[in-house]
Design a protein around this ligand. Structure first.
Ligand code: SF4
Ligand code: SF4
Length: 56
């Protein structure tokens, strides 16, 4: 299991700073999660202002 970031992402960067395993990075139009590294902790979803990270 991993989280995925939807197109609602406004590229604020809050999730990248708080991910415990640093698997979030800036993509072309939104931030993206490396599914192979994500430990499914849910922190990104809790800090996101627009609810973009969702469990896959
Ligand atoms: Fe990082 Fe946790 Fe979000 Fe996965 S669920 S991307 S480990 S903050
Ligand atoms: Fe995008 Fe939400 Fe992450 Fe901000 S916290 S970069 S809006 S997914």
């Amino acid at each position: 299991m991993a989280y995925m970031i939807s197109d609602e992402c406004i590229s604020c960067g809050a999730c990248e700073a708080d991910c415990p395993v640093s698997c979030i990075s800036a993509g072309d139009s939104k931030y993206v999660i490396d599914a192979g590294t994500c430990i499914d902790c849910g922190t990104c979803a809790s800090v996101c202002p627009v609810g973009a990270p969702q469990p896959e």
